[in-house]
Design a protein around this ligand. Structure first.
Ligand SMILES: *[C@@H]1O[C@H](CO)[C@@H](O)[C@H](O)[C@H]1NC(C)=O
Length: 330
């Protein structure tokens, strides 16, 4: 695929790319350290855009290959000294919503984590354009916001919250028509009620949409992030009824992706489509510390999703660093 469809300037260049087989494959990790809460989007301009938690500001990197993300320079697209949102900058995500790019992220104050809330930057039609601060999305502790589209219902934001419940749960709220506000009521659609999502302390966080096999899922991270048990689990929408209704969601029967091959705490993921749209790729972080880690030592990993016989996504297991992985399908 790489050799036949790559648009090189000359035949000679194309031939050279094919001979250099390494150019069409990559190895993990793609960012280490600094790979926490990784998010990658593929843009029609031929670049993969990557963000991860840096704690102090928002940084964007881009490359035409996954391998190239390892060495791509990071551009600071936003920072501020405003005390209420200067610090503890977490989980940035870059989303394209029919015409413009947006960066949704979490930030709070310097002193503690009690003021964590979600914020948004608005960009332009190209992901590499400048971004401007567009506002705070929430007014009570909320983290890890991600845009999710529901056929027939519109756009929502899924995030992690305590909204009248004891433990960090999964919330859903309508995205405003301006794409830089949330509107209407907040619904707690799922809580960490099962034994397999209560390691360390009960937690659901890092929700992200997955559209797969004609179904809409929220994939979230379960368990406390300092434990090696931090893992991915899914909520499957019934595809028909109001997504704000907890009963519209079916939780997976345990983690769908968890520690293996020397990788622990495999979670807080995102997804992107291959350039040709045929593959869905999972981007997640992990730690090599068998006791778990929730700091900047976490690294970012990329691998493709498989499909179960019933059409549902098969996350597989975290691949060893030695795996030579073909670049996403062009
Ligand atoms: C917000 O996003 C939707 C698509 O998700 C788009 O149709 C709409 O134009 C966007 N709104 C603005 C103000 O750009």
């Amino acid at each position: 695929m790489f050799c036949s469809t790559r648009k090189a300037g000359t035949a000679l260049l194309a031939a050279a790319s094919c001979l250099l087989g390494a150019a069409s494959a990559f190895t993990n990790p793609v960012r280490r350290p600094g790979g926490s809460d990784p998010f990658i989007a593929y843009s029609g301009d031929g670049y993969y855009y990557m963000m991860s938690t840096s704690w102090t500001n928002l940084q964007l990197a881009r490359s035409k290959t996954i391998e190239g993300l390892k060495t791509a320079s990071k551009k600071v697209v936003y920072s501020t000294t405003e005390p209420s949102r200067c610090c503890n900058v977490w989980a940035p995500e870059i989303h394209y919503l029919d015409g413009n790019w947006y960066i949704y992220y979490t930030a709070g104050n310097a002193g503690n984590l009690d003021g964590q809330n979600m914020h948004v930057l608005k960009g332009g039609p190209n992901a590499w354009d400048d971004y401007t601060y567009a506002g705070q999305l929430t007014n009570s502790w909320s983290i890890d916001g991600s845009v999710i589209r529901f056929n027939g219902w519109g756009n929502y934001m899924a995030y992690s919250c305590f909204h009248g419940v004891q433990y960090q749960s999964t919330c859903l709220q309508k995205l405003g028509d301006d794409n830089v506000s949330l509107t209407g009521s907040i619904s707690v659609i799922s809580q960490p009620s099962e034994s397999w999502e209560r390691s360390g302390t009960p937690v659901q966080e890092g929700p992200v949409a997955l559209y797969y096999g004609g179904k809409t899922y929220i994939v979230y991270s379960a368990n406390y992030c300092w434990t090696p048990d931090y893992c991915l689990a899914t909520l499957e929408w019934d595809g028909r009824t109001d997504p704000m209704r907890p009963g519209a969601w079916k939780k997976s029967n345990g983690c769908v992706f968890s520690k293996a091959n020397g990788h622990y705490g495999t979670g807080h993921n995102s997804f992107f489509q291959s350039p040709d749209g045929s593959q869905t790729w999972n981007v997640y972080h992990a730690t090599s510390n068998a006791n778990g880690a929730c700091d900047d030592s976490r690294y970012a990993m990329v691998q493709v999703l498989g499909t179960n016989s019933d059409g549902s996504p098969n996350f597989g297991t975290p691949l060893p660093f030695s795996a030579n992985i073909a670049e996403p399908s062009q």
